[in-house]
Design a protein around this ligand. Sequence first.
Ligand code: PGA
Length: 249
Amino acid sequence: MRKYFIAGNWKMHKTASEAVALASELVKELKDGPHKYMIAPSFTALDAVSKVVKGTNILLGAQNMSTDEQGAHTGEVSVLQLKDLGVQVVILGHSERRHTYKEDDAMINKKVKLALSHGLEVILCVGELLEEREAGKAEKVCEEQTRKGLAGVSADDLKKVTIAYEPVWAIGTGKTATPEDADAIHKFTRGIIADMYGKAAADAMVIQYGGSMKADNAQALLAKENIDGGLIGGAALKADTFKPIALCK
Ligand code: PGA
């Protein structure tokens, strides 16, 4: 049985003190929650939030990371710096990184391997643009991003990887993929993992859905066989809107 993994991606929201306030509320509200949890504040709030979630059932996530361990990379943040702050999980290949900041699969793969080599868990995001979906290419795009993102990742390291299927047209738009459409892509992606790593690895792979997941659609999405959690943006910014998803049965 796969355990649901409910993760909040706070994106470029909240000052350090606002982040601490939300994290403190979530620590209280989710302390008996049945699922695996993560929150990913901005880099600027990681240190402060780390102290709040330390020793709780909420993992500390970062939203991105450099391809390199250290060096002349102005404006970047390295895996060593993240680990130093207590970060346990890193989100890589988010569509905002792919499309706004032009990160390609090779770059994302380098980050995935670096994070894993330092013992971090990785949430690898995949997902198609609206025009790709309309052109019937959703599966092809997800397959390519999955295969290229995981190239060279060992079966052992794969255990530290979660995949997040986030159709780009559903992110922050209020449009959600129907549970059936999302489940079909999740099933397809699980098949790619089976092809790459075998059936047992595919059965164990947690695949989150992301894209306007909210209290009122989470239940229907999570009820699907292949949807194992959520990567939540907008609804993760308040305890009132995150809690019902996080405590969803
Ligand atoms: P959203 O964002 O929930 O606001 O659509 C999800 C994400 O981008 O991870």
